[in-house]
Design a protein. Sequence first.
Length: 666
Amino acid sequence: MKRAVAIVAVSLSWATLGAWAQQPQRSRFDSIQHVGEVVVTARYNHKEVIPSQTLTGEQLEKLSSHSVADALRYFSGLQLKDYGGVGGIKTVNIRSMGTNHLGISYDGIELGNAQNGQIDLGQFSLDNVEEITLFNGQKSALLQPASDFGHAGAVYIRTRAPRFQSGRGYNLQFKAKYGSSDMVRLSALWEQRLSRRVASSLSTEVLSASGKYKFRYRRKKQDGTVAYDTTAVRQNGDIWAVRAEGNLHGMLDDGFWKLKAYTYHSERGIPGAIVNNVWRRGERQWDHNTFVQGRFQKSMGERFTTQAVAKYAYYDTRYVNRDTTQMQVDNTYKQQELYFSTSNVLNILPEWSASLSYDFRWNKLDADMPLFVNPHRFSNYLSLATALNMGWLKAQGSVLATTVKDHTQGAVSPKARVEYTPAVFLNVYPFASRELSVRLYAKKSFRMPTFNDLYYTDIGNAMLAPETALQYNAGMSYDHHWDGGLMRYFHVQADAYYNSVHDKIVAYPKGQQFRWTMLNLGRVHIKGIDVETELTLVPARGLLVTGRLQYTWQDARDVTNPADSYYHHQIPYIPWHSGSAILNIQYRGWDLNYSFIYAGERYNQQENIKYNYMQPWYTSDLSLAYRYKGYRLTLEVNNLLSQDYDVILNYPMPKRNYGITLDVKI
């Protein structure tokens, strides 16, 4: 049955019309032009104050990455929580402040999960992604939803925008991949012009894997003697998933609109933590996630731009635990979200703009658990922002008012919460060349406890305080281009930051991967440095060499209570040193890519003692691709040196593994 559904899903994508040629942004003052049947129209051009980290579609294609989560490992300041395998849950943490302080937007509209705040980025494939951008602080655009001003950082995922050659009205792309753990991944994309201004696209993907891989399990006792040392095969890590995404694109005079329908269905085994030489095989999870969203943007005259977005999401999750050594569980969670936002920007003067945005969000969670209170939440966001662009000076300020009210069934509902979160950003160009910029920002961010934090039957804590963070950042950026010679492009940026998190909420797996235990650390002080550099060389004609390095140093200390044994200790799973490197060599149709990821020593519990110590780990991935006309064949070796490591304690990662991919574009 699963194979039949997979075949139907892929076949539909190969037989569906859809697509459009979305063009690069231009000034609002440009009129519509026609260039070889390609329509170019005006877009609101935001004035970026804080530089971002970006991976483009071409760079993503070269990395040995399967999902959005895999790609985010190459950004400085981010820590990925990876529970192992193709189907393992993957979440991301920004500058030690936690997953919930990072906003994740998919084509301009935020992905939400009011149940536990954990966006499983492993569910989002890279096959249809054109660009991933990370902003620390917030995106420095005025035309954005009000809630986007409230995050400590934001990741923006932009899916593929179809581009057509002159005279063509459609694009087709097919991709097939086979790899270790019996992994098979099939995807297809169809883009078709419907009219001069309207088009549609359909992207589908099927993933199947046994999830089996070899790993080494070695643990020591507190006295240093070896308790366990064996090589085993990871079990119950299988996954079967189908993703489908349809889009309608439309262009207007000085504007555009876009409609999206997304659905993801999966069944996966959850291998669980390996504790005391016990391999759990009793847990399974089913996910059925669907959302529809729309976005409309238009400039009215020379000074005013408006945007409206709307979204409805329905998430159905079933979790089953048949492990006879634990409590038997079979629970279903149904989550709904309704979201609407309007944003408006007024150009008061050529150098001065202001915006007003309002968001409304409704979330509801139903579960078949005994005594569950079936909470629903009303959230209102109102933001006022302004930006100044003097050429040598760019500045942006904003303030966000957030009002949250929960309602529960059969229990006393908590009082409404109101929070104000301001932010100020400055970027100065000291030289006329604009190659060097110096930036400063200060920001307060706020996040409510999730439904699981507050109301989960086993572990919810209705007394949890909301979590707030103060951020201070100073940094610089330098870029230089050469027209000829060996060196063609050089970029470096560095940031030093200090974050103070109050009433920090931390979630840990509670034996089973899907269920969590909640802790409130009180106060955490975080100091850090992020460095990113990129260099492009052309040693010979037709030969292009690109290198990229990221490094992060973080000191994240629990400073809640001097009487605690873990006072001033590094918080769990935050390494002092981490980084990544990417080296790409292109020659004619050949493409060689090497990537390296490193995470230094860290601790898996609050107390920084020898028993909780985790050794550094690093991995090397290598891929070789050959492109001929519309065909691309890629061979990859991941974890080249077959390192044994855990990102999360007792969740071993795969040893050396392989993959082969065929990509066909028509």
